[in-house]
Design a protein around this ligand. Structure first.
Ligand code: NDP
Length: 333
């Protein structure tokens, strides 16, 4: 079968494309400008005509994906703004919602062969900031971020605007599905990953060009930080495992209709400093080894559904840190 991947040049999406091709799927990648194509064609040259690209210049335009969905058997929608250089909340929220609803609308109208749509949501659509430490599951929805953005508008923190964009886009996807489920030949799977780390195969000539999460990982490992910063954290998943999750989300019939947290576990940054390989050049920060061990994780995720439904297996911090450092070395960083 053939799979449409939106935002195909993104940090996560290139790994999704690779995992799909490795599984034997043909892939049509959607990018927003032709200049994103060269690197992708180079990366996937060995797959010949099993990999093709289509340019969708503006995902917020009505019918933007009408051509892109024709002839594909499934869709992986990853395109959505993930950055924190934002004033008006709508700079993030509009493309997040309209991109998601738009691709579903195109699938409804022109995706006659489509059997399944996978949407890359985020743990940002799950978590809330709460006074006591909590383990979140797929039953939890972030109601805080949309509310805060509605109240504060552009004065809301950038992170809150991003979290609202992911929450509202995922809600819109489920609402669309509920409303149209009797007219469509496909079902919906939503993946909710936390922070995504690991090697990069997207176009990144310098560390500054890395995706938001990979760039933060690079900064934390290579630049000095305060003890307080080193003891903050989140949860994480290796980008290659997340790529595989996007394939499993297509292969597993029982994933249909499910929202699935894809997470390897919690971390504080000191844990990554401990996991990073020793470098003869003293390249990576050491912090205070072991001092992250007693950190309290305010937010944890129950990822058991990903294991049960998708059969996920997760890489360890040691493996991800080692392979990411090797990637940087290979790039001469
Ligand atoms: P990247 O920034 O590397 O990729 C984002 C992709 O979306 C790019 O292809 C980008 O295109 C496209 N895109 C962004 N804004 C627009 C827009 N306004 N119109 C059209 N296309 C747009 O980020 P990631 O790979 O990290 O993120 C991919 C998905 O995963 C996103 O949905 C993100 O929310 C989600 N996610 C990411 C996490 C992470 O830690 N990385 C964690 C949880 C979820 P272009 O290159 O042209 O800008």
């Amino acid at each position: 079968g053939k799979v449409l991947v939106s935002g195909a040049n993104g940090y996560i999406a290139v790994w999704v494309v690779r995992a799909l091709l490795e599984e034997g799927f043909a892939v049509r990648g959607a990018v927003r400008s032709a200049d994103k194509a060269a690197h992708l064609h180079e990366t996937f040259a060995s797959y010949g005509d099993k990999f093709e690209l289509i340019v969708v210049p503006d995902i917020t335009q009505e019918g933007a994906f009408d051509e892109a969905v024709k002839g594909v058997d499934a869709i992986e929608h990853t395109a959505s703004p993930f950055h924190f250089q934002v004033d008006e909340p709508d700079e993030l929220i509009r493309p997040a919602i309209h991109g998601t609803v738009g691709i579903l609308q195109s699938a409804l109208k022109h995706g006659t062969l489509v059997k399944r749509v996978v949407v890359t949501s985020s743990s940002a659509a799950v978590l809330q900031v709460e006074p006591e430490p909590k383990t979140f599951s797929e039953l939890d929805w972030n109601q805080q971020a949309p509310k805060e953005v509605a109240e504060l508008g552009r004065a809301a923190p950038a992170m809150t605007k991003y979290r609202a964009s992911k929450t509202l886009a995922e809600r819109a996807a489920w609402d669309f599905f509920e409303k149209h489920k009797n007219e469509i030949g496909w079902d919906l799977v939503v993946l909710n990953p936390p922070f995504v780390f690991g090697p990069t195969i997207s176009h990144a000539p310098t560390p500054a060009a890395l995706g938001t999460s990979a760039r933060q990982f690079y900064t934390m490992l290579t630049e000095e930080s305060s003890p307080a910063t080193r003891h903050t954290g989140s949860s994480w998943v290796d980008v290659r495992d997340l790529g595989r999750a996007h394939v499993l989300a297509l292969l597993k019939a029982q994933a249909g209709g499910e929202r699935i947290i894809v997470s390897a576990g919690p971390f504080v940054w000191q844990d990554w400093l401990d996991a990073a390989p020793h470098s003869p050049h003293g390249k990576y920060q050491k912090g205070v080894p072991g001092s992250g061990k007693d950190a309290v994780h305010q937010i944890r995720y129950d990822a058991s559904k990903s294991v049960r439904v998708l059969g996920m297996e997760y890489r360890t911090m040691a493996e991800t840190a080692r392979d990411t450092a090797a990637d940087w070395e290979a790039r001469g960083w």
